[in-house]
Design a protein around this ligand. Structure first.
Ligand code: PMV
Length: 320
C-alpha cells in the first residue's frame, strides 16, 4: 500500500463578518459566519514531473513551488504544511486550486484558499494531526499575515471551523465561541464590484488610531458593545434588534473611514427597500455589504434595489 493518497481534495467556505470588523483587530468582540455555498477547492494529485506544481487558473498561476517567493500566499500554505510535517523536499504532486469566492471583496477568499490547500496537502500526506480545525486555523493565520499585515484571527477561525462564531482576539488564546441562533437570519450579500486591499484598509485604521488614540478607542468600544448586544439579540431571536445593530455598526465603520460611496449607496438602497439593517462587511473601501431581510417580498425588494443601485452580484445566505 502506498504511504500517500493518490488524490486528495479539500474545500473551505467563504465568510462574512456580521459585526465588529476592524475593532476586532484591537481586541473587541466580533461575529462572523461562513458562506457555505461559495467555496475554495484544493486538489492534490501525484505528478510524474519530479516537481511540486501549484496551479491556480483563476489567478493565472502555474508555478513550481520552489520558484515561488516567500510572500506568495499559496506557496506559503503548502510550505507550512511541509514544515509542520517535517518534510524537507516537496513531494511530486500537483496542487490545483479553484475558488468561487470573489477576491479582495471582504469574503475571506485568501483564508479559504489557504485552508483548502492546507487540508488537502495534509490529507495527501496522511497527517490527520494537521487536518484538525485548530491546526488548519493556526496555519491559515500565518498565511493571513501576508494578506492582512496584522490579522485578528477571525477569518482563519471561521473558515477552518465553518460555523458562526463570536470571536475575541486575546492572549494567550483567542476566545472562540460558537453560539446559538434562535431564529434563522437571512442576509443578502451584495458586491460593490470594487476590489479593495484588506492590508491597506487595516493599515489606514492603524494610522488613524495612532494619531487619535482616544477617539478610535471609543469607536472600537462602540463596535464591541454592538457585537456583544448582537450576540444576545441573535440568541434571543430578536431579529429587529439585530437589524438595528447592523446599521449602527455601519455608522461606526463610516467614522473609521472604511466605508466608500459605493458601499454607502448600497446600504442606503437596502434600507430604503425595507431591509431590517445593513452594513459593509469585511475590510471595507469596496467589497461586499450585507442586508438583513425577511424571506419573501422584502428579500425580493432588497435584491432588486441593490441591483438597481449598482451591485454587481447578490447572493442570499442564512445564519442558522
Ligand atoms: O476583508 P476581509 O474579509 O479579509 O476582513 C478583514 C477583517 C478585518 O477585521 C478588517 C481584519 C481582521 O484581521 O480581522
Amino acid at each position: 500500500m502506498n504511504e500517500f493518497s493518490a488524490v486528495s481534495e479539500a474545500t473551505a467556505p467563504g465568510k462574512i463578518i456580521l459585526f465588529g470588523e476592524h475593532a476586532v483587530v484591537y481586541g473587541r468582540p466580533a461575529i462572523a459566519a461562513p458562506i457555505s455555498q461559495l467555496r475554495a477547492i484544493a486538489t492534490v494529485t501525484y505528478s510524474s514531473s519530479n516537481n511540486c506544481y501549484l496551479i491556480a487558473p483563476d489567478l493565472n498561476r502555474h508555478d513550481r513551488l520552489q520558484d515561488l517567493p516567500d510572500d506568495n500566499a499559496l506557496a506559503m500554505a503548502a510550505r507550512l504544511v511541509l514544515q509542520a510535517a517535517q518534510i524537507d523536499a516537496p513531494p511530486d504532486v500537483t496542487i490545483h486550486v479553484k475558488s468561487q469566492i470573489p477576491i479582495a471583496s471582504g469574503m475571506g477568499s485568501g483564508a479559504a484558499i489557504a485552508a483548502a490547500i492546507i487540508r488537502a496537502l495534509a490529507q495527501h500526506l496522511n497527517r490527520l494531526d494537521l487536518q484538525n480545525n485548530d491546526m488548519v486555523s493556526a496555519l491559515t493565520y500565518e498565511v493571513e499575515k501576508i494578506h492582512h499585515g496584522t490579522p485578528s484571527g477571525i477569518d482563519n477561525t471561521v473558515v477552518a471551523y465553518e460555523q458562526p462564531i463570536y470571536f475575541v482576539r486575546q492572549s494567550p488564546k483567542n476566545q472562540i465561541e460558537p453560539f446559538n441562533v434562535a431564529v434563522p437570519l437571512r442576509f443578502v450579500v451584495a458586491d460593490t464590484g470594487v476590489r479593495s486591499s484588506t492590508k491597506v484598509a487595516v493599515g489606514d485604521v492603524r494610522r488613524q488610531y495612532n494619531q487619535q488614540p482616544a477617539q478610535f478607542a471609543r469607536i472600537f468600544d462602540e463596535c464591541g458593545r454592538i457585537a456583544q448586544a448582537a450576540r444576545q439579540a441573535i440568541e434571543a431571536g430578536d431579529t429587529m434588534q439585530a437589524g438595528k445593530l447592523l446599521t449602527e455598526n455601519h455608522a461606526w465603520l463610516q467614522k473609521m473611514t472604511v466605508s466608500s460611496p459605493e458601499l454607502d449607496h448600497l446600504v442606503d438602497a437596502a434600507l430604503q427597500a425595507g431591509a431590517l439593517g445593513a452594513k459593509l462587511s469585511g475590510a471595507g473601501r469596496g467589497g461586499n455589504m450585507i442586508a438583513l431581510v425577511e424571506e419573501g417580498e422584502m428579500e425580493t425588494a432588497v435584491c432588486y434595489a441593490l441591483q438597481k443601485a449598482g451591485a454587481t452580484a447578490t447572493i442570499t445566505t442564512i445564519l442558522a
